[in-house]
Design a protein around this ligand. Sequence first.
Ligand code: ADP
Length: 603
Amino acid sequence: MSGPDDRIPALLARFGHTGFRPGQEAAVTAALAGRDVLAVMPTGAGKSLCYQLPALASEGLTLVVSPLVALMDDQISSLQHVAPGEVAAVHGLRDPEENDYALEQAAEGKLRLLYLAPERLANARATSALKACKLERVVVDEAHCVSSWGHDFRPDYFRLGEAARRLGADRISAFTATATDQVTEDIARRLGLSEPEVIRTGFNRPNISLTAMTCQGRPDEDACLKQLLEAPQSRPAIIYAGTRKQTGEVAKMLKKHLGVRVEAYHAGLERKSRGEIQRRFMGGETEIVVATNAFGMGVDKADVRTVVHVAVPGSLEALYQEAGRGGRDGLPSRAVLLAEPRDRSLHVHFIKSATVEDDQLKSLVRLLREAADDRGLAKITARSAAGACGGGSERATAALGHLAFAGVLTPIPSPPGEVSVRLSGELDEAALARSRAAARDAEKLRWRRYNEVWGYVDGETCRRQAVLDHFGDKREAVSEGPCCDVCDKSLVPKGAPAGAAGTRAKGGPRRVVVSAEDVDGLEAALLATVRDATPTVGRTRLVEIMRGSQSKSLLSSGQDGLEHYGEYSHLSKDIVLTVVDDTITAGRLVSTGGSYPKLKLAA
Ligand code: ADP
């Protein structure tokens, strides 16, 4: 009988390929030799083949765990030509009967590849069917989600390594497009990979040009968008918006202006409509999709010519991953980031709203204890978890992560809207201190991401080089067309706002770096200023004092003599105002209300 390696050329041909792309051969060979694999390859590099080919060459079942449910169905339909009847998926967007049928097929040994949404690992029906299978390997796609250092850590990914071993998988492969060294090490540790073959291909996408510019508000941004997408060859395009509301607004504006089919996509739409929008985009009927980050997961559309962000993502990893959905066919494509000063204050707000206080940790644990059965298993709604943490789902997710780190609980994969954990320890003083330390680290990490992504936006050096440096890729930052707006001014849309790098005058806006310490000190300074200011001040005046405004009325009232006057001139108005508003929301400052509301200290 021929060895598996001899089968590679025939299998490659079944996939319709004539050779491997960088990194693929090493991943396939290691998997065929029965080794664990950890591959860090950029979007579009061809990660799927790295596990699909070995899966088809083996006799057992390869289980692919992925949070990207929308992607699964595309993968399966394209694999039906390669391996008819040997591939299926189990996830919440399919009918229960379809899911049951797929599990039956798997248990009967008829499948080579089964795609599974992570929360299914908590489902008894799914796990018992899987235990009956001859499990060859578990593949963890988007593996950065297992790492609390990753930009979209998911508690339901937390114990994936353990879940895989429980199912009897001896071998694990992990794939991600967005891992720094720290995340890579964390992935290997959390999944318990054993001497994995580590593959890192370059992060450069030479056919994608990179542009970033700061717009002064929505009209400015709309004007840029219209210009960027005017030419038919700039489409198909994906526009990433910050909110669901914005997807609708931008889609409407572009449709009116361009007269082509533009659709809005976000997780709040019915599952059926989401599927239809995606299908129309894949099929070329819809030229532009304006979406939240819920879209794209499944977009294996090779000919996307433009990806525009009209809101700055929370990390450079997220930005580059989404931008990387353009130009998978290797032809020229553009990634454009349109920032707004408002995005910056929103980020500050999100970072602050994920900060967890001791009493929130305590009330979350109390709630879980009340819900726990005698084995310590607790299931509560995500809404009540958020309630215990002062209302924010971001904060509840963060709190669960900190408590897990401190050994107080173990998250169990659970469907969206639900939180399941196993309580594993007391929240005593020592555990509280460990949780606090985890919370501090998490906050530092968020500020680091903030500084990285805004460093990119405000950067005045080659953007490609900045990205490669960020990912620790030492290779040369070469491009196949125009590189970036810093290197090539032709990339800046004509009439672009003054903030665009290509139009920025020397000595223009400088890079603003904000740290946790900055903002922490700011709140204390705000309180002292409100206490000391005469006459009393409102929100706007308070911001002016902190930023050292030279306004006539401020100077004539002598408020420039206040202790903290001008101390925060390096922060934007939006950031300072966000912290003022957060301090009011937290009840440490009180607004008197009325037509000219003033601020006072809480009683
Ligand atoms: P990733 O998961 O890394 O983002 P995919 O696995 O979706 O990338 O692959 C991206 C595209 O590249 C797909 O259209 C795929 O068919 C194509 N591709 C993958 N491997 C090869 C290869 N060896 N030769 C040619 N095309 C390939």
